[in-house]
Design a protein around this ligand. Structure first.
Ligand SMILES: NC(=O)c1ccc[n+]([C@@H]2O[C@H](COP(=O)([O-])OP(=O)(O)OC[C@H]3O[C@@H](n4cnc5c(N)ncnc54)[C@H](O)[C@@H]3O)[C@@H](O)[C@H]2O)c1
Length: 410
């Protein structure tokens, strides 16, 4: 098989050399490059002689946006796209047959669909295939990946996505997980993988700051205890997007830590940002409900007022936070919840079509206990209702109902 690389830099050259152990690999770079196994040649030869063309050119940040100097005060900027656009242009210009084009470079979600695919001639196919590779271990990382992400137009497990899996298979020293999604989903997996790590480190280092300010705290005692908390913290729990964090403890703990951060002058307030995000997420959901209510001329009902199912407690409830923003938008809010200990705006039943927010989901909340959860609706969802499910589990083809899986825009 003939493989081509455009961009033989810190990532591209090592990756091309790994591929060269199994395939015939040609590579092109604007700068002179030397390799014992990759045939470095002109761009026209790389394009014309390769079935697969991997693009590993830079998607640079603007000057001062690499994190080595303060940048949080500066306006946000996207990565540069010019080198990728140039590589695509070169493929269009030199290809004498259809090519399978694979972009490795890191880009923000939405970039491929918006800029790159329209620029590539339709006779070629395009995959987005970012790597989770670190400097210093590029070759090892490439053949021992935690996962292989392959983005296609519709995210289906077909066509060249599966062909690319077979291209990688002989290279791998482990048996990596394969994640095939849309271009946009794979862009998101890559960038949120990295930023998740930044958030995790930011939290650990905040504990370090508190240790230095408060005294009598060894940060390792705290982080080690958290690191071994595999039931809720270090594991897949809470990785299902849906309603926000809620209850008698979590929101107020964040809110109180804002005070502690100020008291000890740590110089930043991570929890302010987390709480602001929680509130804006609730408002975004509320705005979405209001749009549906206006579109279908229906009232809004939140299915579940307590902060989670099977308990009466409305303290710290995310349902009421969403309800607050619905009311702020000038709409009446109604809740149905058989247990809620705060009965304001709560009806015992609902017998009209409505926009229904499925706030409660027993499976998501209690699934970790291993006990089977039976989802029973608190009232009958009448024909003509619009069901908004932030957990994306309600059957989308339920007759007479419009079911919206909030968070799934495929
Ligand atoms: N370095 C890493 O560890 C790593 C890991 C994962 C992802 N990435 C991503 O991969 C991409 C490349 O990263 P890198 O570290 O290899 O960058 P790099 O700057 O080391 O290498 C890019 C290479 O592309 C060449 N180039 C620039 N424009 C070109 C063009 N128009 N045509 C042909 N060649 C061109 C440059 O001369 C350079 O050799 C970036 O998007 C980066 O974010 C890098």
């Amino acid at each position: 098989m003939n493989v081509g690389f455009i961009g033989l830099g810190k990532l591209g050259l090592d990756c091309a050399e790994v591929m060269a152990e199994h395939y015939t690999v040609r590579g092109y770079d604007l700068e002179p490059r030397v390799s014992e196994s990759v045939r470095v040649c002109d761009i026209d030869e790389v394009v014309q002689q390769s079935d697969w063309i991997f693009i590993a050119v830079p998607t640079p940040h603007a000057e001062g946006y690499d994190g080595s100097v303060p940048s949080s005060h500066m306006p946000p900027r996207d990565f540069g796209r010019d080198a990728v656009m140039d590589a695509i242009e070169q493929i269009n210009r030199h290809a004498t047959a259809p090519k399978k084009v694979v972009l490795i470079s890191t880009v923000l979600p939405g970039t491929t669909r918006r800029y790159f695919v329209p620029a590539l001639e339709a006779r070629h196919e395009f995959l987005y295939n970012p790597y989770l590779i670190a400097m210093g271990s590029v070759k090892w990382d490439m053949v021992n990946p935690q996962m292989i992400m392959i983005g296609t137009e519709d995210g289906s497990w077909t066509g060249i996505a599966l062909e690319l899996v077979e291209v990688y298979r002989p290279l791998m020293q482990n048996d990596p997980r394969i994640e095939i999604g849309t271009w946009d989903e794979c862009e998101a997996i890559k960038i949120f993988y990295n930023t998740f790590i930044s958030a995790k480190i930011g939290l650990a280092n905040m504990i370090q700051d508190f240790a230095m300010k408060i005294g009598h705290i060894n940060v390792d005692v705290v982080t080690d205890a958290l690191a071994q908390s595999t039931m809720r913290i270090m594991g897949p729990k809470y990785m299902t997007a849906g309603m926000g964090d809620a209850g008698a403890c979590h929101p107020r703990d964040n809110i109180a830590l804002r005070w502690l951060a100020e008291e000890y002058e740590v110089g930043y307030d991570l929890f302010d940002t987390i709480m602001l995000a929680r509130e804006r997420q609730a408002k975004n959901l509320a705005d979405f409900l209001v749009i549906q209510a206006q579109k279908y001329n229906l009232p809004i009902v939140i299915h579940g007022k307590a902060y989670k199912p099977d308990v009466p407690y409305c303290i710290g409830s995310y349902s009421t936070l969403v309800g607050h923003y619905v009311q702020q938008a000038g709409h009446r809010i109604n809740y149905v919840d058989p247990l809620a200990d705060d009965t304001t705006d709560v009806s015992v039943d609902w017998n009209k079509p409505a926009v229904i927010l499925l706030a409660h989901n027993k499976h998501v909340t209690y699934g970790y206990t291993g006990q089977t959860q039976t989802e029973t609706n608190y009232f009958e969802f009448l024909a003509g209702s619009v069901v908004v499910d932030p957990w994306r589990q309600f059957n989308k083809s339920t007759p007479d109902l419009t079911v919206i899986h909030y968070g799934d825009t495929r």
